[in-house]
Design a protein around this ligand. Structure first.
Ligand code: PMP
Ligand code: GLU
Length: 398
């Protein structure tokens, strides 16, 4: 019997980041020494004081359903963090804690976008953005960028993408996959455009806030003229090395937060009680483990950049944040490896996995077919070996 799945599932692409990681794990399980650079996940373990807080939570009986939007003291701690670190005023009822930034993004899109409404997304973007828009039956409108503009859009490009159907603008800074970071001045230029279009909401994914090697984080919510229309998305996966805990949050106007609370109440009932108690400690304790991880990422970024810039045919920018490189590899398209022509970045990425045993992700699912993405959230030793393998492989592409 053939199973009749819903159209929405048939239309949906599988997450390319998760798929390449699965492929890489499969090869590794056959005994092959694969270096997995496809998944954006810190290799650090969660700091001990956060793990201890989870153990204490269990001992203290935090094993029941929590309020759907998260424990009140955790939401208050998020509001205090936004004030302390970002200078932003939010009340606890403007915060919704969720099972990860991924779910917070999806909540916001489902709460705001009607079928047929347009969501403006600069490319390259994180793989799940366009698929979440599809699930909401919205229409993604892409603004292209290139390595030459450091993968950032201009105010003129933004304005040209706006139509009467535009509902939402969605971006990440620091950016996955490019590592680009918008400065306060650059955001100010975009804000001038949004001021002219009061019906457009702004979904600002700030999950890499703490992995920023420049002058610090700037949030578009710091502009009072648009703050009410901004939905900040953040979480614990990257800055606190807590990917498996499934913990994120949004900060937004009361009406949007209430809508997401309602949605979450019908879909997940909120996230894990134990993870929430640990998150409270993460937010209120000393941040030095986060800063140490950031410094390790900075060192790795410099190391990889120095190796990458010597590989002929690869064009990379120096990322200011996150933990990814997104080099343009289009100079290899039309060339061949052992008689087989390489047509695009996805094919190159698959060959890198099967032949060089380095797992990356092709740029197509990030909306940029000229590049591949790889994460440098792994040891220096593995990074050096991965760059050696990539370089040796590319030399054989003629
Ligand atoms: N946004 C971006 C840009 C990301 O890279 C990720 C990575 N997983 C997420 C959101 C989702 O993070 P989380 O683990 O909190 O769901
Ligand atoms: N955000 C990470 C990445 O881009 C994790 C994988 C995912 O959630 O898709 O690789």
């Amino acid at each position: 019997m053939s199973i009749q799945l819903a159209d929405r599932i048939n239309r949906l692409e599988e997450s390319a980041t998760l798929l390449m990681s699965k492929k890489s794990r499969e090869l590794a399980s056959q005994g092959i020494d694969v270096i997995n650079l496809s998944l954006g996940e810190p290799d650090f373990t969660t700091p001990k004081h956060i793990c201890d807080a989870a153990k204490n939570a269990l001992d203290q009986g935090y094993t029941y359903y929590t309020p759907v939007a998260g424990y009140l003291d955790l939401r208050q701690a998020v509001a205090a963090k936004l004030k302390r670190e970002n200078g932003l005023e939010y009340a606890a009822d403007q915060i919704v804690v969720s099972t990860g930034a991924k779910q917070s993004l999806s909540n916001a899109i489902l709460a705001l976008v009607n079928p047929g409404e347009e969501v403006i997304i600069p490319t390259p973007y994180w793989v799940s953005y366009s698929e979440m828009v599809k699930l909401a039956e919205g229409k993604s409108v892409f603004i292209p960028t290139t390595v030459e503009s450091n993968f950032k859009i201009t105010a003129a490009q933004l304005e040209a993408a706006i139509t009467p159907k535009s509902k939402l603008f969605m971006f990440s800074s620091p950016c996955n996959p490019t590592g680009s970071v918008y400065s306060k001045e650059e955001l100010a230029e975009l804000v001038k455009v949004f001021e002219k279009y009061p019906n457009i909401y702004i979904l600002s994914d700030e999950i890499y806030e703490h992995i920023n090697f420049g002058d610090g984080h700037a949030s578009i919510a710091s502009f009072e003229s648009v703050k009410d229309r901004v939905i900040i998305i953040n979480g614990f996966s990257k800055g606190y090395a807590m990917t498996g805990w499934r913990l994120g949050y949004m900060a937004a106007s009361k009406a949007i937060a209430a809508a997401c609370d309602k949605l979450q109440g019908q879909v997940t009932s909120g996230t894990c009680s134990i993870a929430q108690r640990a998150a409270l400690v993460a937010l209120t304790a000393d941040m030095s483990p986060t800063y140490e991880m950031r410094e390790a990422f900075r060192k790795r970024r410099d190391l990889v950049y120095n190796l990458l810039k010597d590989i002929k045919g690869v064009k990379a920018n120096l990322p200011d944040g996150a933990f990814y490189f997104f080099p343009d590899v289009s100079s290899f398209f039309g060339k061949s490896y052992e008689g087989k022509e390489i047509k695009n970045a996805d094919e190159l990425s698959l060959l890198l996995l099967s032949e060089a045993h380095v797992s990356t992700v092709g740029g197509d699912s990030f909306g940029d077919p000229n590049s591949i993405r790889f994460s440098y959230a792994t040891s220096e030793e593995k990074l050096i070996e991965a760059m050696r393998r990539i370089s040796a492989f590319l030399e054989k592409v003629k």
